[in-house]
Design a protein around this ligand. Sequence first.
Ligand code: ATP
Length: 359
Amino acid sequence: MQVAKQNKRSSGERPKLCILPGEGAAAEAMLSSVAVLDALQLPLEKDMLDVRTMTNEEMYRHMDSSHATWFGAMADGVNLLGYLRWTRGTYANVRPVQYRENFNSPLKHPENIDFMVIRENLEDLYPPREGDVAELKEIAAGHPEWSKLEDGIYALKVISEKNTRNVAQFAAELARKRKQEGHPGKVTIGVKDNVLRKSDGLFRDVAMEVLSAYPDIEVEKCIADALFHRMVLNPHSLDVVLLPNMLGDLLADGAAAMVGGLGLAPSACIGDDYAYFEPVHGTAPDIEGKGIINPTATLQALAMAIDYLGFSNESAQLNAAIEAVYREGKVLTPDQGGTSGTDEFCAAVIKNLKRGEEI
Ligand code: ATP
């Protein structure tokens, strides 16, 4: 769970991490996971934000004075996430899809599944730009096809050269880093360019051009529907998968289910000078107050955050400690077939971190 990019800050500047636990059971996972961060004893400043007492504007100021944010989930976090995403320009959404021993995967042979979904994070069909078809007909008066549209609502899809270039560059660097670690070093571009010839065609062309500067990286293009099919049948053929925003949103959640579900799916959103890290799941209100939410995705997001802040060794140690808890299989939460609680899981991770130090 490491990321290809590290935060740029002046030398000697102490890294600062905003921590926003959010709401519901997701906040319980975060608060238990903070004990794991503390056990790592990193030289970083923690800035705890509280949605119950702070205004959004106050939180934006805190985020702006930090190097990254570690985020839980909120029932209505649209404005905060919008700030972290669009105002801070975090263009690459990184979604690791990595099976580890004893993950509760529904597949017969999930062993060694290990690929990364890189989803463009700023455009395409999100943020929503929707309107009445009648208005569209007015704007596009005289357009032979548009004037025939049935009444209804339209949604605008935008692909730009700039954002595609940024995210393709990120995917290329990540593939190169993974190749050094023994992975194939391949980027699979998934698009619907057989239908969306201009928009997804531009995404394909710009991504191909960026990747042509990386002769050590293999590149392939796949039509997105065939890619989704292949992901389930032959996930081992994937290394880094690069997708426009909405296709990436869909494929990454399907990929998370393949390795064991939402409790095991972390996410990073990375830009040129800021990044935020979160579990993919929401607030999980149905298990709030029960102390059983699986904190794995929250901890994996933390592992990516500290890697981004420059603590790569500690990030690897944290990942290894999480994997050891699963390998031992004694302290697992109910979603993974166990009977343990959130705090017990985090305590087991801390125990493994300490054991790792002694070896
Ligand atoms: P929200 O409205 O905040 O999106 P939600 O319930 O619609 O919440 P999730 O929070 O993603 O969506 O939860 C979907 C289901 O998966 C719920 O049944 C929830 O309990 C379960 N779930 C999500 N995350 C975890 C986790 N980390 N551990 C255990 N179960 C989880």
